[in-house]
Design a protein around this ligand. Sequence first.
Ligand code: GLC
Length: 745
Amino acid sequence: MKQLYFFTIAFFLSLAGFAQTDSIEHKVNALVQKMSLDEKVGQLCLKGTSSRSKGLSDELKDQVRKGLVGAILNLTDTALVLQIQKIAVEESPNHIPLLFGRDVIHGYKTIFPIPLGLAASWDTTLIEKTSEIAANESYSRCINWTFAPMVDICRDPRWGRIAESPGEDPYLASIFAKAYINGFQGNNLAEPGRILACAKHFAAYGAAEGGRDYNTVSISQNTLRNIYLKPFKSSVDAGAATFMTSFNDLNGIPASGNTFLLKDVLRTEWKFRGFVVSDWNSVTEMIPHGYCTDEKDAALKAASAGLDMEMTSQAYAHHLKTLIAENKITIAELDEMVKNILRIKFRAGIFENPYFEGREKFALLDPASLALAKSAAIKSFVLLKNEKNILPLTVQKKIAVIGPLANAPKEQLGTWIFDGNKNDSQTPLTALRNMYGTENINYVSGLTYSRDESQAIFDQAYKAAKKSEVVLFFAGEEAILSGEAHSRADIRLPGAQEELIKRLYKAGKPIVLIIMAGRPIVIEHLLPYISAVVMAWHPGTMAGPALADVLSGKENFSGKLPVTWPKTVGQIPIYYNHTNTGRPADSTSFVGIKDIPIEAWQSSLGNTSHYLDAGYTPQYPFGYGLSYTRFTYAKTTIEKNTLTKVDSLIVTTTVTNTGNRIGTETVQLYVQDVTASLVRPVRELKAFAQVELKAGETKTVRFAIAVSELGFYNNEGIYLIEPGTFNLWVSANAADGFKQSFEVK
Ligand code: GLC
């Protein structure tokens, strides 16, 4: 009887859901029927101004009045938003409301760590919560569409936009994508406080050759599908309302005109029902790409490929009507593009609530939001070195605080901070003075900004170090040195920071290097001068209190690297899920450049895949991060060693906190398909679990992975699960762990 009851409920709920979707489709179809050609083209136009403009031109108002605009970006004055929305709703021919977009990448006013830092937390609940706060704050300021999450996999820290990325791993990126989208959109796009997400940049933008932004991308189908497309598929599954195309060409065809991406994959395979917007002018940039002859050709190729909305450039506004008159684009194709947009507008509820009703209940910089920002920063920090347990600072009385990032309220916010305000920042200097007493903090910046070459205040910094027991050196990059168009060919500390560290070393006090940057920084040659290293990324508004808490030991570290950390820029691209090659290097065969005998015989060095001068291992591996305590892993048990394709791999291990304080460990499960019809990575992250353990506590960790998750796409785009031997590791990072094996039949 109970089953019947539940079935009946489920049946009527599904009917309700279907009815809701059906009513939206009905509304969309009915509205499109009433629209003129001009209005239809108008919906495809995202107009707007630079991220800093304040105005609202009469021309834009008039275009909205005529129904020639679908959405506006970067309108930051709420009064102006409501004013132009009123024009759209009350004066345009079919009263279609506008969407208002903005880059809210890691917070609106409460700024969280940059996404690469959030990724280092490996905490999807945290990421979802930060996105919800960002959505609430944005909505309160009349923004209903964010151009986030950026889910571009990146294996190249020269690329400035690695700062915005979820890192190098497709599994992590996929679950982070879902968390961001759930945080922004919630379960109901029309709920006040929620905003439309935009999965970007579709696709493979992070594979730009040489890490140089906007550069060409040439990758195989299997790499595209097994690495770069995975977080985008996850975004569709999570219900992302919109997608944004990327600036790059993919194997010769720019993403904004790429039918394979926008129709074959996104619509036909993945059944995406939202709409696709171009990136800034990326439609007309297909002309300099050398893919389109002129603006009209760009409009044709973008529309034919399935690009729904054009950001800022005007190819659609100028040429779509002509292309339709010439029957190069059909009315049916145009209607499909318009329907994709209207469908999202109806789902967003802006026909019923165009004026952001309910926004007044969301505050900016709410204490709970700031507390979350501090917690997020703490979880994002990665402890990379801690010689002689110099950290935490429990015994030191006099502390030297030195470096260009110690008191840099703007820089600590990181890239893509359109609405964050440095006046809201709490810096490390302030927080450490509050924690230890100003009289115990000897502060000298040493350099006035990260690129500063002047050594004029080195002496003062040296004296501050000399009269202290420990030096906290806050190094790194100004925010402008990462993010869009800010790739670096040399990823060491900029300016004279290295020289200052070496000068301070002569004071004979231990140095703790705290790096605030948008990317891993090459520090191999500095390590002999450094006792401890903390990667803080750009931690956001609450950088100071968060760093004071971990440096003092009030809080423990738990962050793990979401990207491989290179020894030198020459190793790049370097990432953990690489293939083995036919001549993998190992410690028994490798001879470093300093150890090569004079007049060594040509083939005497072991012909394997390595660099004579940089070896074959990174500085720090993916998934690496230390704690103030220690964890040991017992031997892993595999429930069944021979599995079929419909089975699940069940793996259990126990983890013990063998240190003397509580800590959180991120236990990682890696799998290797040893032999397959395509060479497969030496390891792939397939699951992880975060376990908090008190001193001496032991917990059991159990993983259940469907064998269907162990497959891969081949170069024909076919997903294969092939029988054979698989290896697995349960470990603390991508380089550690005890190898065990199982079979798939
Ligand atoms: C930029 C970025 C994109 C951003 C858009 C709007 O060029 O590539 O990520 O969302 O323009 O600002």
